[in-house]
Write a protein that binds this ligand. Structure first.
Ligand SMILES: Cc1cc2nc3c(=O)[nH]c(=O)nc-3n(C[C@H](O)[C@H](O)[C@H](O)COP(=O)(O)OP(=O)(O)OC[C@H]3O[C@@H](n4cnc5c(N)ncnc54)[C@H](O)[C@@H]3O)c2cc1C
Length: 236
């Protein structure tokens, strides 16, 4: 189906959010992705829908990291409001089931936050008392995607909290630094009672999953969205 670009938001120097309006409404589940195709380009790519799922949706949002040498994403900087793209899907079985609501732990590395945004929007839009806590790992402070939104949500919703971990911080940074560690998770997740959702580079996923296992979290409470370009686990 055709979709029109309604808005382009520069989240960080390397990450853009596209708000698009499909010509026919789309139904999808929170956590699913859609395939993008561009006119004149033979290849397409999957991108997670960065908003809560629902029936007959008229507006979708995608947050995309631009690889300057990327076969697909290098073409996205040239898009303008009013341009058309081709969408298909939804695809994927990384699905957030809000019918069995529980406290949620979100663990994001870089642009992996996009799919986890769909989850925190889902929980907060449902207005439940369930807690959502996000640990967001970024390379440096300029790479915090959704910076203003995260601050606003934390003010608005007492059940939403987040922590940023900066790998290579500026000396003025006062928060967590380096990689995610057991110490950071112990501090942020305390009793580890949440249902956990992880997305990010493969090394980040492996590290986070290992820390959760170490804390006694069983696999049935760990949900991982593998983006294949990050060399999926299956290929190890
Ligand atoms: C289900 C799903 C959902 C996704 N959702 C999103 C999303 O919401 N936002 C988003 O930005 N992306 C998302 N992706 C990734 C996206 O589909 C593309 O893979 C990505 O944008 C790169 O595409 P490209 O053609 O520009 O890059 P390519 O030309 O395919 O590669 C670009 C760069 O990726 C790096 N790269 C390639 N392969 C590997 C590898 N194996 N390991 C490490 N680095 C590698 C290289 O540095 C290369 O320069 C998702 C993928 C899947 C499968």
């Amino acid at each position: 189906m055709k979709a029109t670009i309604k808005q382009i938001i520069k989240e960080t120097p390397r990450v853009l959010t596209f708000v698009v309006e499909p010509e026919t409404s789309v139904s999808f589940k929170t956590g699913q992705a859609m395939r993008w195709n561009l006119p004149g380009l033979k290849i397409g790519r999957l991108f997670s829908v960065a908003c809560a799922g629902g029936e007959n949706m008229h507006e979708l949002r995608f947050t995309i990291r631009i690889f300057e040498d990327g076969k697909f994403t290098s073409h996205l900087r040239g898009l303008k409001v009013g341009d058309s793209i081709e969408l298909s899907g939804p695809y994927g079985n990384f699905i957030f089931e809000d019918t069995r609501m529980h406290d949620v732990g979100l663990i994001a590395g870089g642009s992996g936050i996009s799919v986890l945004r769909a989850i925190y929007c889902n929980v907060l839009e449902k207005d439940t008392k369930h807690k959502v806590h996000l640990v967001f790992s970024v390379l440096n402070i300029d790479e915090v995607i959704y910076k203003d939104e995260l601050a606003e949500l934390a003010k608005k919703y007492p059940n939403f909290t987040y922590t940023i971990v900066v790998t290579k911080p500026h000396p003025s940074w006062q928060g967590h630094t380096g990689f995610v560690t057991k110490g950071i998770f112990d501090q942020e997740f305390k009793d580890y009672k949440e249902e956990f959702y992880i997305c990010g580079p493969q090394a980040f996923i492996d590290c986070s999953e290992g820390l959760l296992h170490e804390a006694g979290v069983t696999d049935d409470r760990i949900h991982i969205d593998h983006w294949t370009f990050y060399a999926p686990k299956l290929m190890k």
